[in-house]
Design a protein around this ligand. Sequence first.
Ligand SMILES: *Cc1c(COP(=O)(O)O)cnc(C)c1O
Length: 403
Amino acid sequence: MADVFTGSFTQQEPIPDDAIEAALTVLRHGRLHRYNTAPGEIAEVAQLEEEFAAEVGANYALAVASGGYALGCALRAVGVQAGQTVLTNGFTLAPVPGAIASLGAVPVFVEVTEDLVIDLDDLAAKIAATGAKVLMLSHMRGHICDMDRLMALCDAAGVTVIEDCAHTMGAAWNGVPSGRHGLVGCYSTQTYKHMNSGEGGFLVTDDADLMARAIVLSGSYMLYARHRAAPGPEAFEALKWVTPNVSGRMDNLRAAILRPQLRRLRAQCEAWNARYRVIEDGLRDTPGLRLIVRPAAESYVASSFQFVLPDWAPEAVQDVVARCAARGVELKWFGAAEPVAFTSRYDSWRYAPAQHLPKTDRVLAGLLDMRLPLTFSLEDCALIARIIRAEVSSVFQSRPSAA
Ligand SMILES: *Cc1c(COP(=O)(O)O)cnc(C)c1O
């Protein structure tokens, strides 16, 4: 009998005991709203923001209700208007084009390369063709493009970069943390990301005016002076009258469970990468299977794993997915005709103008993806790799052109 994997690809680790204790303290005093503090008390959210800003080396940080909220808030804070074009990756997750559409702005998609990062030549062409002034760059599935080249390109064209770091919290390019290359970095603390508060997110920047705007937007009323990872009151003077309140604050309960997780973030990132390397080694040189090339400048956090079956017939890819599923390995295929579960293909977002991205289509047609929750052991990962390797090899050998 062939080995079967019995773990769950959606089961994250439990919330650590010290985080549960911190949550109970907040529940017992009842001051869950970030601006509800006892005399002399510093809210959990304000402390978390300081700690997160320090972790990524940013002047300012704001904790918010979700990663998607952080993206929308960043777009509003940089002054994007309805009808304006915002460029983003052709391969990303639905909250990214959704954040753009939430302002009435227009998402225009940029091709991705076979290594799953934004195609810088297509980016240059689309900046020239559309005159876009904002790029929402998605480090989708943790893959980071050449950020030095990207920033040089965008700086030269006067394009503001907002980084979607939902999958790169803890990662870096050339030693600079992901989220610290563009004007604003946005992160998610949703259950499937690198810290888990159910829902949640962050925005970071060094720009005082932008952060003041984001804080008022997030629903600070006139209590912005309670923020610590924030500019002084003078930064709010003029804009507090003209910046709308679009409530999306984080609460003290979520902040309480995130602070202990932030202290462990680096160790968690190492644990993800150890699992990734076991699978990568296990799949190396599998005939018909292409691994994603990770550049030396990229310090990634591999909380998921991708590989490509390049130019395979759809039926053959489907066959691999079905055979792996029968052995307990859940692969998500981005080439399926109908979007399933989390949508990540630009043609599923029909509120955006229709676009044709042949290069992206070709990559997604063979792209398979799986999560790597830390509840998997290294042995689990080795087994998963053996199963994928066996099933890919047997489908590949039986393909019509192999005869
Ligand atoms: C999860 C995710 C987000 C933000 O999602 P929320 O669920 O709103 O926190 C943004 N971008 C990508 C690529 C994501 O995977």
